[in-house]
Design a protein around this ligand. Structure first.
Ligand code: ITT
Length: 195
């Protein structure tokens, strides 16, 4: 792979401005300028985030989105619900929202959950690679905080007491699934440059 040329500027296909801001804040620290591509990309239905992210990346490339390109698929996986809402997190957030999840978990003691993020990357030669980040934690008993987006106000990372919704962006980036996936991507691309 020839990531040398691509490292200064990268396209990010997403319709989610919050994801874009998080990714852009992290990558800019490594001198990478992130350009948001808002085009709506056909997303397959699958229980597997890697499959969704990779297939969406192919679809984006097919429809002419510029490279180097990244795309991210993520979700909240709740243990006592066998991983629900998982890949359907966006839909579940829009339909039943935070209160819906809190209601489903009323009286449920096992609050364990994790956020997962898959970053799929295509270089200028359209070689594809994916990177996974996971943050383990628990679902709070009530929504707290106004930072972030989506399920942030009900997710508390392990060993902490604040929800993601109570953390300013830099603090969330220390723990988040997205930051972890991005760090894997960055470390890999730095290694590729030195090959
Ligand atoms: P794109 O597909 O256009 O990038 P999207 O929001 O539809 O944007 P996903 O299909 O990957 O993205 O859905 C992920 C959903 O999971 C997202 O909408 C949130 O509801 C939830 N989610 C993922 N990461 C999150 C985070 O860091 N904080 C809070 N909620 C998150």
């Amino acid at each position: 792979m020839h990531v040398q040329d691509s490292i200064k500027k990268i396209y990010f296909a997403t319709s989610n401005i919050h994801k874009f801001t998080e990714v852009s804040n992290i990558l800019s620290k490594y001198g990478i300028n992130v350009i948001m591509v808002r085009r709506k990309i056909l997303e397959i239905q699958s229980d597997n985030l890697i499959e969704i992210a990779t297939q969406s990346l192919y679809n984006a490339l097919k429809s002419g989105t510029k490279t180097p390109l990244i795309l991210e698929d993520s979700g909240l996986f709740i243990r006592s619900l066998n991983g629900f809402p998982g890949p359907y997190s966006s839909y579940v957030y829009r339909t039943i929202g935070l209160n819906g999840i809190l209601k489903i978990l009323e009286g449920v003691e096992d609050r364990q959950a994790e956020f997962k993020s898959v970053i799929a990357f295509a270089d200028k030669s359209m070689n594809i690679k994916s990177f996974i980040g996971v943050v383990k934690g628990r679902i709070s008993y009530e929504a707290r905080g106004t930072y972030g987006f989506g399920f942030d106000p009900i997710f508390i990372p392990n060993h902490l007491s604040k929800t993601f919704g109570e953390m300013p962006p830099q603090e969330k980036n220390k723990y988040s699934h997205r930051a972890k996936a991005l760090m894997k991507f960055i470390n890999w691309s730095l290694k590729e440059i030195n090959k």
